[in-house]
Structure formats: C-alpha cells, structure tokens
Design a protein around this ligand. Structure first.
Ligand code: GLY
Ligand code: MN
Length: 461
C-alpha cells in the first residue's frame, strides 16, 4: 500500500468535484472456481484499491460527500478463520492504513446505507461487473438487478476517470516495476522460442515469472504462431522454424499496477524477407505513434496516422493500391489492422474499462468513429501529461476476413486480393509499448524490449 495520505487525498479530491450524497465502492469477494472453498486467485476491485487500498475480499467503502467522512465495512476474522488462514489485523487497524477512521460490520454498513436512502440521499456507484456485487447493490438499493447498471452515477464515473487517468508519481513507480517484470517475461519468451517447443511451455513460463514477481499476469497470456487471431489463448501449437510467434503479455505488481507488451519474432531467430517487410511496416507505425503522442494531440489522430503508415507500407509492397489517404478514409487498412492503436493503462490493463470505454477514452470533443477497425479504438481523446497508454499497431492476415472482403468486394479499389492471398498462413504482427505522456511529449515506461529486426536477431542468437 501507499502512505495513508495518498488514499485520503484521492477521496477528498473526488469529493471536492462532486455535488452531494454517498459514494459506494463495493470491494470484490472471493470467487468460487469449482466449489465454494476453492476460489480463483483473489483480485480486488480497482476503484476500491484506488480509494481504500485494502487488498482483501468482502469489504465495501463509503465516502460521504456532504460530511467528508469515509467508512469501510466488513467482517473481522474469527478463530476459525485464524486457524485456517493465520492471524490478521482487525478491520479497524487495517482501515487506518488507508486513512479511514470509521469501520463497521457488513450489517451495520447495510443499515447505514438504508438510512441514507430513507432520507432521500443520492447513492453514487459505478456499473458492477460481478454478479455478487450486482446482487449486493440490489439488496442495498432495493432496485431489481436488471436495472442496476442504468442507475450507475455518470457524475461518479466522470469524477473517478478525471482522477485515475492522470497517474501520480507513486503510481508511475509501480508501473515501472510492472514494466520490468514484463521485460523479463518477453525476453524469456524470445530465449525459449525454438522449433519443437510447444506454445504452452513459453506461456506457462511467462505466467510463472509474473507470479514469482508478486502479482501475476495483468490478463491471460496471448501467445501464438497464429498471431492473426487478435486474442489467441490457445497454446497447443508446436513451433516451427518458418513461423512468427506473437506474444502479448504483461504483469501486475503486487499492488496491481499493470504492464502490457507485445512482441512478434521469428521462431528461427532470423526474419525471412517476407516477414521482415511486413514487420518493418508495423515498427514504422509504432515509431510514428511514439513520435506523435504528446499533450493536446487526440489519440484518434495518432491512430489514424499509424493507419496511414500501415496503408503506405502495404501499398509500397503491392498489397494495397490507390491513394493512401483515401484508402484510410474508406477504412481499407482495417482488413489488415482491425483494432485500435491503444488503451489507457494503470490499475487495470485496460484502465477503468468496467466503467465504460466511452467515459475513459472519449469525451464531448472527440467521439468514437463508427467505422470497422477504428470503431475498436479504446482511447481517442486528447492526451494529457500523466496519461499512461499503450501503442500497439499491427498487421494481420485473417483468412475469414480476407475471404469476406474479397467476396463482398469491400474496398476492392484499395486492395489487391490476389497479392494478399499469397500471405495466407503468414499469421500476424503486433508491436506494443507502454507510454507515459509527459509535459513535452512522451517517454517509454521501462526499458524497450528488443524491437528492431537487428535487436531481435541479435538477442535471439
Ligand atoms: N494486450 C491485450 C489488449 O490490449 O487487449
Ligand atoms: Mn494492450
């Protein structure tokens, strides 16, 4: 945990931007895997971590906007818990680490909330993403669970996003630790990739590195020779010398700050000409985005600039044709690059996505573009110092998508389908770094994992 003042300051900052009422932040509970006592690894809710710090199941926090008081409710451990799980501080003792003086049992918290509701006070909460917390809110609010999400407080969501999107210095230090773990995961994958190795041997080793460093992975490892499937979690293929291996993975620190990197490299350790030609285009798009990302620039513009680099490169290779600007305007590049350039990152790898992507990545000024490909861009709005985000362009040869576009003649004036079909079986390439927006521009979080063709070939040798 950070110092207690960090949490108190955050709660006061949130409160000072809000009108009135109570903010209710349910922490997460243990989640059963196959029977109640056999649970998935506990992951605390990120808003609870941000405002109340305690990494323990079964709590909920309340901030009173009008009185300035904060509360944590939960049960203290009893002797049975101590026998099975060891001794623990009391909730009152733990709450002081987050600067919270007022604590109580869950039933007392429920009564407290019900009294506030009876007085007609407004209860602010964010959309729940776990069913137990949905039912918890149903019980507290007396609203049917089917309607709960529509009562989520936009005022609260916007208040939280305004705070969490700008990272504090203590958070940046944690993000750098997560980056260092990510570096070790990816360079280990590069060392392990050899013909005959099965994908899961590498994926499992990467996850083990993350676990050994304290927090585990920030999302399930994406690792495949079939990198054209954007989120490929099947790890049963045996590596062969002719394939590229796409590896998209990151770690959480023990305090749950994330990293998220992607590298793609040849199993043989040497790029073929065909692989290198596509790789250099993706790298140029990544470099272009890193050159542009700065305060005041909309990430939507950076995404479109990266798309133009991709379209230009593919046009130079003969896979696309016609005017590059018009091709990107028509969305033709999206057959090869059907996702967004990046997302915010922090306590969540897709930071704050539980509260709604449009609240995090867009605003009144910059709205989502509803065109295939660009529509998946999670972060489009203007950048500010303190934002932490990913830069992850890619080029993929997705057989089903190529088939569909050819059959339906989608953007056929910009794509040479005969040439594209020579790349079926190529896979996909994505290159992802994590950036901190500074006053002047941006800087990488952590050291850059080998990324140029020369760096990768040298490293793998
Ligand atoms: N690295 C996985 C993702 O950004 O969705
Ligand atoms: Mn990512």
């Amino acid at each position: 945990m950070f110092q207690s003042s960090v949490y108190a300051n955050r709660r006061n900052a949130l409160r000072s931007g809000m009108s009135s009422g109570l903010v209710l932040i349910p922490g997460n509970n243990d989640s059963p895997m196959n029977y109640p006592a056999n649970t998935f690894t506990f992951r605390q809710d990120s808003n609870f971590l941000y405002f109340f710090g305690l990494d323990h199941p079964g709590y909920f926090g309340v901030m009173d906007i009008d009185t300035g008081k904060d509360y944590i409710f939960g049960e203290d451990v009893d002797i049975d818990d101590i026998i099975w799980m060891g001794p623990q501080d009391s909730l009152a003792e733990k709450a002081l680490f987050a600067g919270v003086e007022f604590t109580g049992k869950v039933s007392e918290g429920m009564d407290f909330m019900k009294q506030a509701i009876a007085l007609g006070r407004k209860i602010h909460f964010t959309p729940p993403y776990r069913f137990d917390n949905l039912l918890f809110l149903e019980r507290i609010l007396g609203l049917n669970h089917a309607w709960i999400k529509s009562y989520a407080s936009v005022e609260l969501i916007k208040g939280i996003v305004r705070l969490r999107e700008v990272k504090e210095d203590v958070e940046i230090l944690e993000l750098e630790k997560a980056a260092a773990i990510g570096y070790l995961m990816h360079t280990t994958a590069m060392r392990m990739a050899k013909p005959g190795v099965v994908e899961r041997e590498i994926a499992g080793t990467m996850e083990g590195i993350a676990l050994a460093a304290g927090g585990g992975v920030s999302f399930p490892v994406i690792l495949s020779v079939n990198g054209e499937t954007l989120h490929n979690h099947y790890h049963g293929n045996t590596l062969t010398a002719d394939r590229l291996l796409l590896c998209d993975a990151g770690a959480e620190t023990a305090s749950h700050y994330a990293s998220d990197y992607t590298r793609t490299f040849p199993v043989s350790g040497k790029f073929s000409t065909k692989q290198r030609e596509i790789y250099e285009i993706v790298l140029a798009a990544n470099n272009k985005a890193a050159e542009m990302a700065a305060p005041g620039i909309a990430y939507q513009q950076v995404h479109l600039a990266a798309a133009r680099v991709i379209a230009q490169g593919l046009t130079d290779l003969g896979l696309m044709k016609g005017n590059v600007d018009e091709a990107v305007k028509a969305g033709a590049h999206a057959m090869f690059f059907p996702h967004g350039l990046g997302h915010m990152m922090g306590l969540d790898v897709h930071d704050m996505e539980d509260m709604g992507e449009n609240f995090v990545g867009y605003d009144n000024e910059i709205q989502r573009i509803n065109q295939f490909g660009t529509a998946y861009l999670r972060l489009g709005k203007k950048l500010k110092p303190g934002f932490v985000l990913t830069n992850e362009p890619g080029i993929y040869f997705i057989p089903a998508l190529i088939q569909k576009w050819e059959a339906e003649k989608i953007n056929s004036e910009f794509i040479d389908f005969q040439k594209v079909k020579q790349y079926l079986g190529f896979g996909g390439i994505r290159l992802e770094d994590d950036l901190l927006i500074t006053q002047q521009g941006n800087q990488l979080i952590g050291n850059r994992i080998p990324i140029t063709v020369e760096e990768i070939e040298r490293f793998m040798a």
